[in-house]
Design a protein around this ligand. Structure first.
Ligand code: SAH
Length: 424
């Protein structure tokens, strides 16, 4: 059984044609999927009955099962989803009083970046999510909305490193932002990255108007190497110059995220150093008071230290926001809820015992673990498998190939351009 959203427009059209159906069935069926994801194929009334049966046999819209649904008093809702192969991912719906409805989605099972304070990467990365699985999270969350509510924003800030799964993420975002897809404005999409320069440049070249957020967390390499081990092979300067290119090409101001950890990176000298680093850039610093994770030794900053940090940056002319904490009582921080699930907790304990000390010391696990999955990457089609092996080449600096980009541009090709090409 295939995920219908892992099929490109062209592949779906070929499928309908093989069933003796016209190509416009793709638009018809996908309209149902995006507008009313819960409606089963059997109830898609404008599709012939015999085709509905074939669709039911061949495809699924929801391949992931909701195993936990938590709702916070501020309207935040969090889902823990179980994938078809028994892995767990999280996604969150955030509501604000301006009427914005934001979904926060995951791109990988686990994470290979090893940030020491984050729950997502405690056991490394298991596999990339497919485009269909990334989109499906948005559909699950859309189903939680009240009739008068509309999805307005997407933040790619859930589990995983989005730029380490760029091709599949772009495929999902293409459909999420396409007028024939979910129709969310590209300017309302934020991709948060640990900072992988090659992938940032690739994204800049594509000029898709997504908002880029770079997780900096430290003003110098010495401290960042400790907090964000992936930095050891990259370095802050390489990230800043890629981010500068992103701004130059897209005109979109880059945000630098900075998690404040008590007495580790929240001192006034850190703020001064950060101001120095970002001076002259049209940048925004988003301070995130740490959301504590059970079992990790880090603590949230004192209120007055946050205020002082803001003050130092502001005086230096740097624009700053402090991220308002939402959904704290439902474990809404990255990877928190997944770790509370009994199956994950026991898996994680077993894994820890097995791990050699040497492996423990090497916290950055990009590559090895995921490349095992590459053979069955995406929907098992050659280009998807190639994408996976290229992306996860074992180096956190990702190389994105043209093959991958072609894959994402094809994924939601609208009927109009299709017919135009046919008539040319
Ligand atoms: N891999 C991406 C997405 C991570 S999640 C990245 O590194 O940007 C989005 C942000 O939440 C990142 O800045 C991440 O460092 C931060 N984060 C992770 N765990 C957190 C916690 N417990 N409290 C506060 N912020 C956290």
């Amino acid at each position: 059984m295939e995920h219908i959203l892992d099929y490109s427009w062209r592949q779906l059209r070929d499928w309908f044609i093989s069933k003796g159906q016209p190509g416009y069935r793709v638009a018809q069926v996908l309209r149902w999927v995006y507008d009313s994801p819960k409606v089963p194929f059997d109830e898609m009334t404008d599709v012939p009955k015999v085709v509905r049966k074939d669709l039911r046999k061949a495809f699924k819209v929801f391949t992931m099962q909701v195993v936990s649904h938590r709702k916070a008093s501020d309207g935040t809702e969090k889902l823990l989803l179980r994938t078809h192969d028994g892995e767990y991912v999280e996604c969150v719906l955030l509501r604000d009083d301006k009427g914005n409805r934001t979904v926060c989605i995951s791109t990988q099972v686990g994470c290979g970046m090893g940030c020491v304070f984050c729950a997502s990467g405690l056991d490394g990365v298991v596999r990339n999510l497919t485009s269909g699985e990334i989109l499906e999270q948005i559909l699950h969350l859309k189903c939680l909305l009240e009739p008068e509510e509309r999805l307005s924003h997407i933040v790619v800030m859930g589990m995983g490193e989005p730029l380490a799964n760029l091709g599949r993420l772009l495929g999902a975002l293409y459909r999420a932002t396409h007028k024939d897809g979910l129709g969310i404005s590209a300017r309302h999409v934020t991709i948060s990255t640990v900072g992988l320069p090659h992938a940032i440049r690739r994204l800049a070249e594509l000029d898709l108007q997504y908002h880029l957020a770079v997780s900096l967390h430290a003003p110098n390499d010495e401290l960042r190497n400790k907090l964000v081990p992936a930095n050891r092979r990259i370095g802050i300067q390489a990230i800043l110059s890629a981010a500068d290119e992103y701004f130059a090409k897209t005109g979109r101001r880059v945000t630098y995220e900075y998690v404040l950890l008590r007495e580790i990176n929240d001192r006034p000298q850190h703020a001064q150093e950060l101001a120095q680093l970002l001076k002259g850039r049209n940048a925004l610093v988003n301070l995130i008071p740490y959301n504590p994770i059970q079992g990790l030794p880090y603590e949230p900053p004192e209120r007055r230290d946050v205020a002082r940090f803001v003050d130092v940056l502001t005086r230096a002319g740097i624009q700053v926001t402090v991220r308002y904490r939402k959904g704290a009582e439902i474990e809404a921080a990255c990877g928190q809820l997944r770790r509370l699930h009994p199956e994950i907790a026991s898996k994680s304990k077993k894994k820890k015992k097995k791990k050699s000390k040497a492996a423990d010391e090497n916290a950055v696990q990009t590559g090895e673990t995921v490349s095992v999955v590459s053979g069955e990457g995406g929907n098992g089609k050659p280009e998807a498998a190639l994408t996976a092996s290229v992306v996860m080449s074992g180096d956190p600096t990702v190389v994105v190939t043209d093959v991958e980009i072609m894959n994402f541009e094809e994924i939601a090709e609208p009927e109009t351009s299709e017919s135009k090409r046919d008539s040319e």
